[in-house]
Design a binder for this molecule. Structure first.
Ligand code: PEP
Ligand code: MN
Length: 360
């Protein structure tokens, strides 16, 4: 993917970070226009809103569809912002382009599907060259952590002739309870950046965190990892949003978050250090989640012991578990005292949780 153009460079003076913001969904004209006005006042240049919404289950708010495109065009006319929306098939793409939208993004469920990606790419490749030149397309990572699939989706759009092309990292689906709605697995976007240093990469803290309290930290982490900017969900009245209400922030809060970000220069000597710290943070998150999974299994064992009248602690099992791990630990370059104390602490917590179950 060569000769890519920087995002939004000739529409406005795009300084780092580039920020796209707007509600998860376009719900009604008033919500779209008042959110857009507040965001424009906060200095945001690209307005996002979902017109067609991919919902996990039927019955949720599936977006207003084509009638909402008119509101997006009003945003462009009334605020001077560029309007961006998600397209998932050839009909969405054709309708959005016909309405006058020049920034499209492709969602995580669509980028996981090569047929849908090719269908969209085919619509784009048939565009007259002036239209294609003006078009910006951003491809979110697929829901599953597959870098090659993400790159393949980007390549289909690139091969259609799009040169204002970017990637959006929105985290990856996973099963079970997590700190994140979509765990970031930072090593994947970092590897994308290593392979394609000129491909602009934005972070979507809203869909990664799933909670508004996580937006600021995730934005700072992304900046520290040299992302070009963000796409953030912002709604004039988040608590009443028809989709993703827990993760949307008001334009005012967004403006506060952006104002507090520290933009370190690329030559900063602390950059490598902060990248390493990000890796440690993300490993610590994984460690916590793994511990929580272990505790869940221990509680099931506790249930079994209770039903079968067995004692909670069985010394033979404990010694066995400890010795095998201590031997393994020294092969992995860790001290035996350290591993012994970590395992003892984990075991103590498991026993505490099992005792709770047995005394219920
Ligand atoms: C969105 O941006 O509102 C959206 C549906 O995102 P994703 O494709 O990342 O789930
Ligand atoms: Mn959303």
């Amino acid at each position: 993917m060569k000769d890519l153009k920087p995002l939004f460079s000739d529409t406005f003076n795009a300084e780092r970070p580039i920020v796209m913001a707007g509600p998860c969904s376009a719900e009604n004209e008033e919500q779209v226009l008042s959110t857009a006005r507040e965001l424009a006042e906060a200095g945001i240049k690209v307005f996002r809103a979902g017109v067609w919404k991919p919902r996990t289950k039927p019955g949720g708010f599936e977006g207003i569809g084509s009638p909402a495109l008119e509101w997006m065009i009003k945003v462009q006319e009334q605020t001077g912002m560029m309007a961006a929306t998600e397209v998932a098939n050839s009909r969405h793409t054709t309708e959005a382009l016909a309405a006058g939208i020049e920034v499209l993004w492709i969602g995580a469920r669509t980028s996981a599907n090569p047929f849908a990606m090719q269908e969209i790419a085919d619509v784009l490749s048939a565009l007259p060259s002036q239209k294609l030149d003006r078009l910006t397309v951003l491809v979110k990572n697929p829901v599953n952590p597959d870098l090659e699939l993400w790159i393949g989706a980007l390549q289909r759009i690139y091969n259609a002739g799009v040169r204002r092309l970017g990637a959006i990292h929105r985290g990856f689906s996973s099963y079970g309870k997590h700190i994140y709605r979509n765990p970031p697995q930072w090593r994947i976007p970092i590897e994308l950046k290593r392979r394609y240093p000129h491909l602009p990469l934005l972070c979507d803290p809203s869909h990664i965190g799933g909670k508004r309290e996580m937006v600021a930290t995730l934005c700072q982490q992304a900046l520290d990892m040299n992302f070009e900017g963000f796409i953030v969900e912002s709604h004039c009245n988040p608590d009443c949003a028809l989709s993703d209400k827990d993760q949307q922030v008001t334009p005012e809060v967004l403006s506060f978050i952006l104002g507090n970000l520290v933009c370190r220069s690329e030559t900063s000597s602390t950059e490598n250090l902060s990248m390493l710290r990000q890796r440690i943070d993300s490993i610590d998150d994984e460690l916590l989640e793994i511990l929580a999974r272990r505790m869940a299994v221990c509680r099931e064992v506790g249930q079994y012991k209770r039903e079968h009248g067995m004692p909670v602690v069985q010394a033979g099992r404990y010694n066995d578990l400890m010795q095998r791990r201590v031997d393994m630990a020294s092969d992995l370059g860790m001290g035996s005292d350290f591993v012994r104390s970590v395992l003892a602490a984990i075991h103590e917590e498991s026993v505490r949780q099992q005792l709770e179950i047995c005394s219920e």
